[in-house]
Each structure stands twice: as C-alpha cells, then as structure tokens.
Design a protein around this ligand. Structure first.
Ligand SMILES: NC(=O)c1ccc[n+]([C@@H]2O[C@H](COP(=O)([O-])OP(=O)(O)OC[C@H]3O[C@@H](n4cnc5c(N)ncnc54)[C@H](OP(=O)(O)O)[C@@H]3O)[C@@H](O)[C@H]2O)c1
Length: 243
C-alpha cells in the first residue's frame, strides 16, 4: 500500500494534488491545521477513487510535535509533498517579530524539521520522493518581500542539497518554483492573467514531473524567462529598482 503525505493539504493546490494522487491509486495522509475542515472533500476523493485517505492535525510551526506525528503514521509514506506556506504583509512583518518568525517557521524551519525525520526512513528503505513548493521570491531578494523570499530561498537550498545527497539512495527531490498561483492568496495582486497558474494545472505539472523524476520546475515558461532576466540584472541597477 503506497501512501503519500501532503503537508499543507488544505490549500487549493493541496486538494488538487490529493485528487491527482488518489486517481493514480496512491493512498493519502493529508496534514494541516484544522484539517477536519476538508473531511467531506477527502471522503469524496477516497470513495470515488477507492483509496484510503486519513486526516492528520499538524501545525508545522510546532516543531516538538514532528517526531510524534511521523511515528504515528503506521505505514510510512513513499512520498512527501511539502505545500505549506505563509506569506506575510512585509510591512507588518517588519513591525511584528511574530509575523517574521511565523514566515520563517512555516516556509523553512518547519519544512526542514519534518523532512529531516522522514529522510532517515527514506534512506533506510532506499526509495521515495520529496516535493517542495518554494517560490520565485526565493530566487532573488526584492524590497517588497525579502522576509518571505529569504525563507523560501533557504528551503530551496535545502532541497538542492537533499537532492544531491539522496540521489545515491534512488530518492528523487523535486523543487517546484511557482510564480503566482490563482488561489485565494495569489489572486490579490493586480497582474496580467498569463502570470497566474491555476492550482489544477500546477498540480498536474507537479505530478508528471515527480513521476518522471525531474529536479526543478517553474509554474510556466513566462516565469522562467522573467526570473532569468531578474537574476542577471547587475546589483548596482537592481538595488534602485522598485519591483
Ligand atoms: N499563491 C501564490 O501566488 C504562490 C506563489 C508562489 C509560491 N506559493 C507557495 O505555494 C504553496 C501553496 O500556496 P497557496 O497560495 O495555495 O496558499 P494557501 O492556500 O494559503 O496554502 C498554504 C497552506 O499552508 C498551510 N499552512 C500555513 N501555516 C501552517 C502551519 N503553521 N501548519 C500547517 N499548515 C500551515 C495553510 O493552512 P491554513 O489554512 O491552516 O493556513 C495552507 O493549507 C505555498 O507553499 C506558497 O508559499 C504560492
């Protein structure tokens, strides 16, 4: 019985991923805060696809609970998708350490804490996959979102290292670098439609890429090009730009 663990499963992206893995006959552990709120959806997906889905309460910022949480999974997952994220209003995060600390804990420290535990199991069984959802914000620090961006950058570097260290165990690590997701949070920016990806489309792309053992994917060609340009702008120009 193959199980996939999705952390941050309540998001629209998390639900689309759950649906896709269920359709492909993976059983699921769906984890997050107040996770019972998706019980009806989870039950429907399980029934329609004839798979097992269980819900697991997990606040990823509660690092002390991670070992117990992982131990409580009777059959260890063959794959883990870390989709939890928190984007603060940077102006608020600069005034309120709790906001900054929550951003770092959800996007970086929580991810590392839980994945460090899981990786030990993966190494023993010499199989498995890890998918981490990061952000283009982590590719170059920008004045508008460098607190969130630096946490995602840390997560990206962790995933890079993990991919390198786990390849000899036959374990693939996929880094997903979305631009903007057409979700509750992503929709708040007033930007052209082509810069957004729908959760369902992104979930499809993640599933295909994970199944074919890819290493890094963006949420679309446009963002790949945009970030290539942003990364090569010399610092003496970049620091004067407001982007
Ligand atoms: N939206 C975008 O445009 C965009 C762009 C680039 C990257 N991303 C990344 O893509 C992923 C999905 O984003 P989204 O926009 O779909 O956001 P979202 O709906 O807010 O999803 C974030 C998920 O993380 C969970 N989460 C937050 N704090 C948590 C905690 N302490 N413990 C456990 N779970 C927690 C949320 O659960 P709660 O409902 O309990 O808060 C939610 O399920 C995130 O990693 C995000 O950073 C998003």
């Amino acid at each position: 019985m193959k199980y996939v663990l999705i952390i941050g499963a309540k998001s629209e992206l998390g639900i689309e991923l759950a649906l896709l893995y269920a359709k492909n006959k993976y059983n699921l552990y769906l984890a997050g805060r107040s996770i019972d709120s998706i019980k009806n959806k989870a039950d429907r997906i399980a029934k329609e696809n004839n798979v097992q889905i269980t819900l697991h309460e997990l606040d990823i910022t509660n690092l002390n609970s991670h070992q117990e949480f992982y131990d409580s999974l009777n059959i260890k997952p063959i794959g883990i998708i870390y989709a939890a994220g928190y984007t603060p209003k940077q102006s608020e995060a600069l005034l309120n350490w709790k906001e900054t600390s929550n951003t770092i804990n959800v996007n970086y420290i929580g991810a590392i804490s839980i994945l460090n535990i899981a990786v030990l199991e993966f190494q023993k069984s010499q199989r498995g996959f890890i998918v981490g959802i990061t952000s283009v914000a982590g590719l170059r620090g920008r004045g508008e979102n460098y607190i969130y961006g630096s946490a995602k950058a840390g997560f990206m570097t962790y995933l890079n290292g993990l991919r390198n260290s786990l390849s000899k165990y036959n374990i693939n690590v996929l880094t997903v670098i979305p631009g903007l997701i057409k979700s509750r949070k992503g929709s708040q920016y007033n930007l052209p439609e082509f810069l957004y990806v729908k959760p369902k489309i992104l979930a499809n792309s993640i599933f295909r890429s994970q199944q074919s053992n890819r290493s890094i994917i963006y949420s679309g060609l446009a963002w790949r090009v945009i970030m290539f340009i942003i990364k090569i702008i010399p610092d003496f120009i970049f620091k004067r730009m407001s982007i």
